[in-house]
Design a protein around this ligand. Structure first.
Ligand code: 4NP
Length: 174
């Protein structure tokens, strides 16, 4: 499954509002991909299952936490997941089981079920398998989400590098 000179691997991160968890996962994953010299191999985006925050930037608290770790979310504009995303993306990583249900509801005949996974499947310390929603919590919740997302995104990239037999130009194991 080498992707050299082929279509990019299309990766989509999904949460409820597309202002906290999935924009962070997108930003962290993109940074890891860039650092690994694999930018040309990937198309990376995020979306929310709900419509409430469409057009808004990432939550200020999430942006602040990300910036402290060298991840810039300032260009993010929230958007809602659509049925066309299920066809377009190769891998859809959802933050919790409610997201999973909502995504699968869009996939009426189950054609794309194989593309959709809980993001924390790749977490070496997966807990209950969900990235907690930090929206109604305090600042500490955002840092916790960052730590979960960072270590999970690192393992996810290792998984995809292996799955697609991508050559790395940088070391992922820092
Ligand atoms: P996210 O967080 O799904 O990680 O973007 C949330 C953002 C907004 C709301 C809930 C969760 N909300 O209820 O508006």
């Amino acid at each position: 499954m080498s992707q050299t000179n082929h279509q990019p691997i299309r990766v989509l991160f999904v949460c409820l509002g597309n202002i906290c968890r999935s924009p962070l996962a997108e930003g962290v994953f993109r940074k890891l991909v860039d650092e690994a010299g694999l930018t040309a191999h990937f198309e990376i985006d995020s979306a929310g299952t709900g419509p409430w925050h469409v057009g808004e930037p990432a939550d200020r608290r999430m942006q602040r936490t990300a910036r402290r770790h060298g991840v810039d979310l300032s260009g993010h504009v929230a958007r809602q997941l659509g049925r066309e995303d299920l066809a377009r993306y190769d891998h859809i990583y959802v933050m919790d089981r409610e997201n999973l249900e909502d995504v699968l509801r869009l996939d009426r005949d189950g054609r794309f079920r194989h593309k959709v996974e809980l993001f924390r499947t790749f977490d070496p310390e997966p807990g209950d398998g969900e990235v907690p929603d930090p929206y109604y919590g305090g600042e500490r919740g955002f840092e916790e989400v960052y730590q979960i997302v960072e270590r999970t995104a690192r393992r996810l990239l290792e998984h995809l590098v292996s799955l697609y037999k991508l050559k790395e130009t940088a070391d992922l194991s820092r």
